[in-house]
Design a protein around this ligand. Structure first.
Ligand SMILES: CC(C)(COP(=O)(O)OP(=O)(O)OC[C@H]1O[C@@H](n2cnc3c(N)ncnc32)[C@H](O)[C@@H]1OP(=O)(O)O)[C@@H](O)C(=O)NCCC(=O)NCCS
Length: 345
């Protein structure tokens, strides 16, 4: 007679039934710094024009953080708004995940600094580094913790002070980026649907398309590294563009396929806001109507991990999305990384 061997160690999760558990987004919020930098002002810094920037990217202006305003400050402002919408107190937060490539410092994590600013003393806190895809990666990580009953309330933030790593002498890149933060509170809510699925992907073979060479273990800061401008981001624009369109299409189609829906069921497509031409190309490939696409790249430029989080908040607060509508988030970033998520709002 066979019987299963007695468990050697206690597994606290073994008694749980995951069925019926859902991961709902109960609050969103965003924040951008007050200072606006227009294309006309950038014309005075580098050899460019409003006409070139607008026709190639759709960007008209971006927000720039003050010298004494850091990624953790932007993140905290956005988090407070999301907490207010969700009616969540700092003590209720179990976990803080901040997606960023511009942490206040290499360590400790920006999430720990946000935890301190919020007074969320109970929360565990760590950062995710998946560049512009980080917010969707953060949502998926949060969902895993909630579905496994490890945590009930998770704060996910995308926050960037990209102005601190942009080379303001390089016209190829400085026109593209801006600062800001977006946040979401994820919770288990009975009978709510929330995050239906999230797709994540990466291709380290293409890590050289978009990167910052200096400041890590490969090239620590030295007088030479500063002089060689290695502490600023570098990008192969054309190749990045092509990879972005392809990867975002593939990720979005996979997310729709998993939910067994087609694009016509989506009320609002919220893409990573890097370039208006990338957004339009992805929308066209997915068969989305122009009025399904949410676009705010003209106001903020590319805010990396914050981009889709700010856009989601604006889609909700502007009334573009109502309770019960389906939202498709789709992102792409350095790594390379990409992702897509379907949310029942
Ligand atoms: C960067 C980007 C806007 C350039 O647009 P593009 O249509 O590929 O530009 P082109 O290659 O046709 O034109 C480049 C020319 O414009 C010039 N140029 C670049 N930046 C310029 C600027 N700000 N103002 C004026 N001219 C500029 C280049 O020097 C080059 O000149 P050359 O042909 O004499 O060498 C585009 O490639 C892009 O958006 N790539 C993806 C970037 C991105 O999204 N990154 C983040 C991903 S998360």
């Amino acid at each position: 007679m066979s019987s299963s061997p007695a468990a050697k160690f206690k597994n606290p999760r073994a008694r749980y039934n995951f069925q019926g558990r859902t991961c709902s987004i109960s609050g969103v919020g965003s924040y951008v710094p007050a200072r606006i930098l227009t294309n006309a002002e950038i014309e005075k810094k580098v050899d460019t024009s409003d006409e070139w920037i607008t026709s190639r990217t759709g960007i008209k202006e971006r927000h720039i953080a003050a010298d004494d305003e850091f990624t953790s400050d932007l993140a905290t402002h956005a988090a407070r708004k999301a907490m207010q919408m969700a009616s969540v107190t700092p003590e209720q937060i179990d976990l803080i995940i901040t997606a960023t490539i511009t942490p206040d410092m290499p360590f400790p994590s920006t999430s720990c600094l946000v935890q301190q600013k919020l007074g969320a003393r109970k929360a565990a806190a760590f950062d995710v580094e998946a560049a512009c895809s980080g917010f969707i990666f953060g949502l998926e990580i949060a969902q895993q913790f909630i579905m496994s009953r490890t945590y009930d309330t998770v704060l996910v933030i995308g926050a960037e002070k990209l102005s601190s790593i942009v080379d303001w002498e390089d016209r190829n890149t400085c026109v593209l980026f801006g600062d800001g933060a977006g946040a979401a509170i994820l919770q288990n809510r009975p009978n709510a649907h929330g995050l239906l699925t999230a797709v994540m992907g990466s291709d380290g073979e293409k890590s050289g398309l978009l990167f910052m060479p200096g400041g890590g273990s490969r090239c620590p800061a030295t007088a030479n590294s500063v002089q060689a401008r290695m502490h600023f981001l570098r990008m192969e624009g054309k190749e990045t563009f092509k990879s972005a369109v392809q990867a975002m299409q593939t990720a979005a189609e996979e997310a729709l396929r998993r939910c067994e829906i087609d694009i016509t069921k989506i009320k609002c497509v919220v893409p990573h806001q890097a370039n208006r031409r990338i957004i339009d190309a992805v929308g066209e490939r997915l068969g989305a109507r122009p009025d399904q696409l949410f676009v705010n790249v003209d106001k903020y430029g590319n805010t990396s991990a914050a981009s889709v989080a700010i856009a989601l908040d604006e889609a909700v607060s502007s009334g573009r999305v109502q309770r019960g509508d389906l939202i498709l988030l789709v992102v792409f970033g350095a790594g390379l990384t990409w992702g897509a998520a379907v949310i029942e709002w």
